[in-house]
Design a protein around this ligand. Structure first.
Ligand code: C5P
Length: 229
């Protein structure tokens, strides 16, 4: 089995021990992992360091959003760790501060545009008049202007984003489900193959792998789907 580095497996689990068990079960079926808010307060950074030392790709999904000085210094702290990707909220001031914080490092900073769990009614309830696609496109332009490395969007916006950005701009899409798969709370979803065909550079998959009876089998099927097999 050759793991596809474009597949980030979300380690959304209740403990570092369970996350470590999942990485062991996946073995060579996965090489890229996303650590988010669930593990951050309970040893997530120790696990991140372990994975980095083991040669895995690590995506820290911390969605920073604070005043400029704090964002810049927080991103600077992350930049020295050896992780591949870090998220911040896609607000112009936050993204500009993040670009300063990571300057000179190999860290890729990407902006979270619109959560993939939000559809039009949910956006209206928050007070946004624009639909998801309009918001994503505006925030993509702001990410380019700020000089960060990419954005997070749903697969449904990836094609329009890809048409407006350079080839090396990262488009990372959660909201990925196998045909007929359980969507959970995700609203704007597509298959792994369709997400990549639409222009995603990387996909994030959580529950379809981390809650699967056989995670290795699930990751293998997703990797095959990514390749159109
Ligand atoms: O379990 P599931 O595949 O839905 O997990 C998706 C992962 O992607 C979660 O870790 C979630 O926090 C993250 N994410 C998302 N939508 C975004 C940004 C991150 O679902 N816009």
């Amino acid at each position: 089995m050759n793991a596809d580095p474009r597949l980030y497996v979300a380690l959304d689990l209740p403990s570092v021990g369970e996350a470590r068990t999942l990485t062991q079960a996946l073995g060579d079926a996965a090489i890229s992992y996303k650590i988010g808010l669930q593990l951050l307060p309970i040893g997530g950074m120790d696990l991140a360091r372990e994975l980095i030392d083991a040669g895995k790709n690590v995506f820290l999904d911390f969605k920073f959003h604070d005043i400029d000085a704090t964002v810049e210094k927080a991103v600077h702290s992350v930049a020295g760790l050896g992780a591949n990707i870090l998220t911040v909220h896609a607000r112009p001031d936050v993204m500009a501060a993040a670009a300063r914080g990571k300057a000179g490092s190999g860290l890729k900073v990407i902006g979270v545009t619109v959560l993939t769990s939000l559809d039009k009614p949910a956006l209206e309830a928050i007070g946004y008049a624009d639909d998801a696609k309009t918001l994503v496109m505006n925030r993509t332009q702001q990410a380019l202007d700020a000089g960060i490395d990419g954005i997070v969007s749903s697969p449904l916006e990836a094609r329009a984003v890809r048409a407006s950005v350079p080839d090396d701009f990262l488009i990372v899409t959660p909201g990925v489900r196998m045909p007929g798969g359980d969507k959970g709370d995700q609203k704007r979803v597509a298959t792994p193959f369709d997400a990549l065909q639409s222009g995603a550079s990387h996909i994030v998959v959580g529950r379809p792998i981390n809650a699967a009876r056989d995670p290795r089998q699930a990751a293998t099927e997703i990797t095959a789907n990514m390749r159109g097999e």
